[in-house]
Design a protein around this ligand. Structure first.
Ligand SMILES: [Zn+2]
Ligand SMILES: [Zn+2]
Length: 648
């Protein structure tokens, strides 16, 4: 008999050789039906693997990331099996599960796989599902694995095997398909009840632009047909909210190939929105004792050699700019921190000066492969709402709590009601990957954990997700249609103060090293605006929206009255636009609704002679007539109500 310990620490005895499935069955038949994977002493594996020693186990269902991972990874093999039947001779690269579904990189030789081929592949997948093939794990020696895939002329797999250590190699077979794979997998492809290919793209083998470009097929699968229907509906909603589409419709931003890929151009409406967001954060920061600073867009290469960024990212980034005469080398700044360290060093600092909080909306430049660029969420130039807090070690926790307060004010103001936090710590088994001693890491890690506890913030801990220079806390928001986005970050850093030899004179008259906290509640202005667009569908809150009111004269005859009303409203701080095109009023209303402007004012003969305006509210329709002054007061009251909690 062996002892099995469950996550709640209860212990049950089973016969040696019991499987995860049998354990689930012993608990409830329903659980046995739903269990997809099991972890045995922390290692996730198949539910039909015999457990032969005492073990701590955890059973995973669809709702667990581990369950989905196993399901989607098996679906990747299933898709590969279908492709192998449809495209004989096709070669396979890698096929991992991802955040939402999975992909497989394939080399179909001369054939091109297009969107029009998806239905045939999907039909073949469902045909294989009906065969209910079992997925079987096999351990294999390196020599045998190399022979097997060489015989199959699978050159990509052969390359992957060459990099593996003998004794660690496993295969997974189902039907006539065999794949090199670590697992874990479902035990039968019959569990996959719904399957859809979502996109096709190009992807360089091993992410190397010098190697062959393979075909990447993205897909998703579900244990119930209904779940796929819901997913498709969500994707349609997401398409309507795509920030690239709305960005164009509302004239917020654009890109120009002439200027360069991944370099956003902010149009007047988008700039107005962004500046308002920046002002909003500046006001909060002022209240929290931040000092604004400004730094240039470039820095000497040596600055980034000192900071360590050059060694880490230099080769994969924009290359140095050379001066014509002196042979100096400058880098486009990938981060603001080194500049801020030099500001700290401007004069001697005492313990009484700390904390010092330097804030800058700092534009940084990072090279991304052109294929990776995506709207405002993946760009080559972006502006961080950056700040660096230099503090004493005993102030870390308090500073951390204050940053958390700022983030919560922002999320409230912008109606991100659903958010969660992730604490990223070191991988305890791979400590040499990180800069800094054990002691400083442990201090920083516990400061973050304790800060979350004292705020009652539910945060999950991820080992091995920390940056190389320190642990961090990330905030993930859920948008209006349930998608998760990573936004703000707070990061403790003991490393840069060391590298830049930052000092302060303590109460003991001795020199000490300050601690640095990097933080960016929005993340970057580009990414945040993208998320905000997709969250709101372009219907920004009244206090933030570029235009609050659109004035629609019924005909050209009332254009002068419209201008007079506009001037009245602007004098009372409203943001106004006039639609004086020679169009029918119905058309103007429809067009302005698409512009998502919160209020429309209609002016015609009746309004002009009464000295009034007719008001329509986005989504609510007719609000009756009133004077321009009464309207301005109504809007200003509404804005005041919204902003009272965070502006004062
Ligand atoms: Zn696999
Ligand atoms: Zn920084």
């Amino acid at each position: 008999m062996i002892k099995i310990t469950f996550p709640d620490n209860s212990v049950r005895e089973y016969e040696s050789g019991v499987t995860g499935f049998q354990i689930a069955e012993s608990i409830s038949p329903r659980l046995a039906q739903e269990v997809l994977a099991v972890s045995v002493n922390g290692q996730v594996t198949e539910i039909n693997r015999p457990i032969i020693t005492d073990a701590a186990i955890k059973l995973f269902k669809w709702d667990d990331p581990e369950g989905k991972h196993s399901f989607w990874h098996t679906s990747a093999h299933l898709m590969a099996e279908a492709l192998q039947e449809l495209y004989p001779g096709i070669q396979f690269g890698i096929g991992p599960a991802i955040e939402s579904g999975f992909y497989y990189d394939v080399d179909p030789g001369e054939t091109v796989i297009k969107e029009t081929d998806f239905p045939a592949i999907e039909a073949k997948v469902m045909e294989i599902v009906a065969r209910k093939e079992n997925v079987v794990r096999e351990e294999i020696s390196k020599a045998d694995a190399l022979k097997l895939f060489t015989d199959k002329k699978e050159t990509y797999k052969v390359e992957l095997i060459s990099d593996l250590e003998d004794g660690t190699i496993t295969l997974y077979r189902q039907g006539n398909f065999v794949d090199l794979c670590k697992g874990p997998h479902l035990i039968s492809v019959g569990e996959i009840k719904a399957f859809k290919i979502t996109a096709v793209a190009g992807a360089y083998w091993r992410g190397d632009i010098k190697r062959k470009q393979l075909t990447r097929l993205y897909a998703i699968s579900f244990p119930k047909k209904k779940m796929l229907d819901e997913y498709v509906e969500l994707m349609e909603e997401a398409k309507k909210r795509d920030h690239r589409k709305i960005g164009k419709e509302l004239e917020l931003f654009t890109f120009s190939d002439t200027v360069g890929k991944g370099l956003p151009l902010w149009l007047p409406n988008g700039t107005a929105l962004r500046l308002r967001l920046e002002d909003f954060l500046k006001q909060i920061q002022k209240r929290f004792g931040y000092l604004q600073v400004m730094t240039p867009h470039i820095g000497q290469k040596q600055l980034y050699v000192t900071s360590g960024h050059y060694a880490k990212y230099g080769q994969d980034s924009f290359q140095p700019i050379h001066t014509p005469e002196e042979g100096e080398e400058y880098l486009l700044k990938p981060m603001n921190c080194p500049h801020h360290c030099e500001i700290y060093k401007f004069k001697p600092r005492s313990y009484k000066d700390l904390p010092l909080r330097f804030a800058e909306f700092g534009t940084v430049y990072r090279y991304e492969q052109s294929g990776e660029l995506h709207g405002l969420t993946r760009v080559r130039s972006f502006t961080q709402d950056d700040a660096h807090i230099f503090c004493r070690p005993d102030q870390i926790q308090e500073e951390f709590l204050k940053v958390m307060d700022i983030i919560s004010i922002i999320f409230n103001a912008l109606d991100f009601k659903n958010f969660e936090a992730q604490i990223s710590l070191r991988d305890p088994n791979n400590k040499e990957k990180y800069i800094g001693s054990d002691e400083v890491w442990e201090k920083a890690e516990s400061a973050i954990i304790d800060a979350c506890k004292s705020k009652g913030l539910k945060a999950h801990v991820e080992l091995g997700e920390a940056a190389f220079y320190g642990p961090k806390l990330d905030f993930m928001v859920k948008d209006a249609i349930g998608r998760k986005w990573q936004l703000g970050t707070i990061q403790v850093d003991y490393n840069l103060p060391e590298r830049f030899q930052l000092e302060y004179v303590g109460e003991d008259n001795q020199k000490h090293r300050p601690v640095m906290i990097h933080r960016a509640p929005f993340g970057s202005m580009e990414r945040f605006v993208a998320v905000l667009i997709e969250h709101t569908g372009g219907k920004f809150p009244l206090w933030l929206t570029p235009n609050q009111v659109s004035i629609l004269p019924i005909s050209e005859r009332y254009n002068d009255y419209a201008k007079k009303v506009a001037a009245d409203l602007e004098a009372q701080d409203l943001r106004v636009t006039i639609d004086d095109r020679n169009e029918k009023i119905g058309r103007k209303i429809r067009d302005n609704e698409l512009k998502r402007i919160p209020y429309m004012i209609i002016v015609g003969e009746k309004e002009e002679s009464n000295g009034e305006v007719s008001v329509r509210k986005q989504g609510e329709g007719d609000k009756g007539s009133m004077t321009a002054d009464a309207f301005a007061k109504m809007i200003n009251d509404e804005v005041r109500q919204m902003t009272i909690s965070f502006i004062k």
